[in-house]
Design a binder for this molecule. Structure first.
Ligand code: ZN
Length: 284
């Protein structure tokens, strides 16, 4: 039996199961300090099994390069106390015999959606999540995409929609994608949270505009066969279709992948994508 951990900014999920993503049991609790959170994780897993392998899906930024001396360490995290904490060291101390694999939460969710979810069987998939921030996991040629760090899709720079004077809220770039289209940006722009805006609110035309431009960036670099958009903000009716339509217009006939409908879809695994993807990491 293997174990998996999905470490989110607000909630943590720990599970035992199989490397095909089948969950046998899971436990969810709020993320607090690193010591307390990992303490609960270790205690729960220990009571269930001595895992052969552990897959971790973590919020970022986090060092996922296995050759780096600080592999598994949280980097410049906006979450107090987590900066510099090594998740892998904490788990290896408790389970020294376990084989540990670490990925970003969005890459793990992308893997799960690509294997058994909304893009099942595809080897080129992007999984975008829109919540407080924006992130994406990317499967390209069957492999999860990494670089010097990991993709930071939320910070892609997007052209402004004509007449849009909203300054954007990214502390680093102002009007990057996350600065213009994250749940926090929507809240600041309209003075109320995204879930209180009706599906015919003008907010969603603007949202689709920025998302579609971000997706064109993906198409140009790591072309997905399908784009899955999840996260709380994505749940408004019609956003996937609006975005897909605009992506097709912006593609200008140039990116053949977008002609295969449906191109922009909702996730199938919902809240389970991250933890099931984390279990799949134990089989990579
Ligand atoms: Zn930014």
């Amino acid at each position: 039996m293997n174990a998996a951990l999905e470490l989110g900014g607000t909630k943590t999920v720990v599970a035992v199961g199989e490397n095909n993503g089948d969950l046998l049991d899971e436990y969810r609790f709020p993320t607090t300090t690193p010591e307390e959170t990992l303490g609960r994780v270790v205690e729960w897993i220990s009571a269930k099994t001595s895992p052969e392998a552990i897959g971790i899906a973590a919020f970022g930024p986090v060092r996922i390069d296995t050759k780096a001396t600080d592999w598994g360490t949280m980097l410049a995290s906006p979450k107090p106390h987590w900066n510099g904490f090594s998740i892998t060291a904490a788990l290896l101390a408790a389970f020294p015999e376990s084989n540990i694999t670490l990925e970003t939460d969005v890459n793990a969710a992308c893997l799960a959606e690509a294997r058994i979810g909304a893009a099942a069987g595809m080897e080129n998939v992007a999984y975008i999540t829109i919540g407080t921030g924006i992130g994406a996991g990317i499967l390209c040629g069957g492999r999860l995409l990494h670089g010097a760090l990991h993709p930071e899709f939320g910070h892609i720079l997007v052209p402004r929609k004509m007449g849009d004077e909203f300054a954007g809220i990214c502390p680093f770039h102002g009007d990057c994608l996350e600065g213009m289209a994250s749940g926090s940006a929507i809240g600041r722009r309209w003075g109320k949270p995204a879930h209180e805006l009706s599906s015919d609110h003008p907010a969603w035309e603007i949202e689709a505009w920025y998302l579609a431009h971000g997706i064109i960036g993906l198409l140009a670099i790591s072309p997905p066969q399908r784009v899955v958009i999840g996260g709380g903000v994505s749940q408004v009716e019609g956003l996937h279709d609006k975005t897909e339509e605009l992506v097709r217009v912006l593609a200008g006939g140039y990116f053949p992948a977008v002609n295969e409908a449906p191109y922009v879809v909702a996730p199938k695994l919902g809240q389970k994508a991250g933890i099931r993807g984390a279990l799949m990491l134990t089989g990579l």
